[in-house]
Design a protein around this ligand. Structure first.
Ligand code: GYE
Length: 311
């Protein structure tokens, strides 16, 4: 049996592989970069990538997974827009013996329903962001407003938890308003406008914590339109490390970001290559780095290094 299985795996490894990619959408610069890099790497590795953009709707992702199973692809990449509701679609893929790899977000389903998950430690990212604010404000009173990611997504849940872990015990720092901006610039701006109005024109706001850079980039427009200086009147800390956030940082308009690599496909395709070759099982979680960047870390250079990478 072992020989037969080995032959089957090596046969699969030999022929060109077809991989279905159910991508959330293009809600942020970071997501656009992930898509660009995934397509580039599929091309370089001779993988036939079937791409589906779900426009941030879970039902479109579930339909895409079902279509990939019907096509008999050799693997499925899934960036799950929210954490719940995936069991039946993932079970269909498992029944068809099609490995699924999760990218950048997690699901609540049992981990025997996916081969591995490639992503950052999302709670840790929130802790790094919160830790920066704690170190920056010291024992000064600081009223914080929070732009949360997509409701029900694992980054929104975990980045909220991590930030709160970090400020716990620092009673001078208080989150006074929190609302989703759905990871987009436009909603980040819109919600920040409402925060500013509700908080004495922004005079009572010490800092903005945004679950991604794109919402922060939108929010700093609102802060400037309110006649305040983002980065000084209101501190701005976020997560992703996209070029435009570094450009704003170089202008003194943002303060800190926790980098999230958009290259989730590299580790995913490496794990698939080993699995297709001889059934090698990867660990259930392949963790990517989380590095803090502040104004002291050459933001202009970081902008130059990242622009043009598909963001
Ligand atoms: O931070 C954001 C994108 O899932 C962790 O999704 C990812 C997040 C990322 O919309 O820019």
């Amino acid at each position: 049996l072992t020989t037969v299985a080995a032959l089957a795996f090596s046969a699969a490894a030999a022929s060109a592989q077809t991989v279905g990619f159910s991508q959330i959408g293009s809600e942020s610069g970071w997501r656009a970069a992930e898509t660009t890099l995934t397509k580039q790497q599929a091309e370089e590795r001779g993988i036939d990538l079937k791409f589906s953009d779900a426009q941030q709707k879970q039902e479109n992702q579930i339909a895409a997974i079902r279509a990939f199973v019907a096509q008999g692809v050799d693997a499925i990449l899934l960036a799950p827009v929210v954490a719940t509701g995936w069991d039946s679609a993932l079970e269909e893929a498992k029944d068809a013996e099609i490995p699924v790899i999760l990218l950048d977000r997690q699901v609540d389903s049992s981990d025997d329903l996916y081969l591995t998950a490639v992503g950052s430690n999302l709670v840790h990212e929130g802790e790094v962001a919160g830790g920066w604010l704690v170190d920056t404000v010291g024992d000064k009173d600081c009223r914080v407003v929070e732009l949360q990611g997509t409701t029900g997504s694992s980054p929104a849940i975990d980045r909220a938890t991590g930030f709160r872990n970090a400020i716990d015990g620092h009673s001078n720092i208080e989150i006074v308003r929190s609302q989703t901006g759905d990871f987009t610039r436009s909603q980040g701006k819109e919600v920040m406008e409402s925060f500013l109005q509700a908080e004495n024109g922004g005079a009572d706001i010490c800092a903005l914590y945004a679950h991604n850079d794109d919402m922060a980039v939108g929010a700093i427009q609102a802060i400037k339109e309110a006649g305040l200086k983002p980065g000084s009147d209101i501190l701005v800390v976020a997560i992703d490390g996209v070029p435009d956030f570094f450009q704003a940082m170089a202008a003194g308009e943002t303060n800190a970001t926790v980098e999230l690599t958009p290259n989730m496909a590299g580790p995913a395709f490496d794990a698939l290559a080993a699995y297709w070759k001889d059934g090698t099982m990867p660990p259930k979680f392949i963790q990517t780095e989380s590095k803090l960047y502040t104004q002291a870390d050459d933001p202009k250079g970081e902008y130059e290094r990242r622009k043009g990478l598909g963001y």
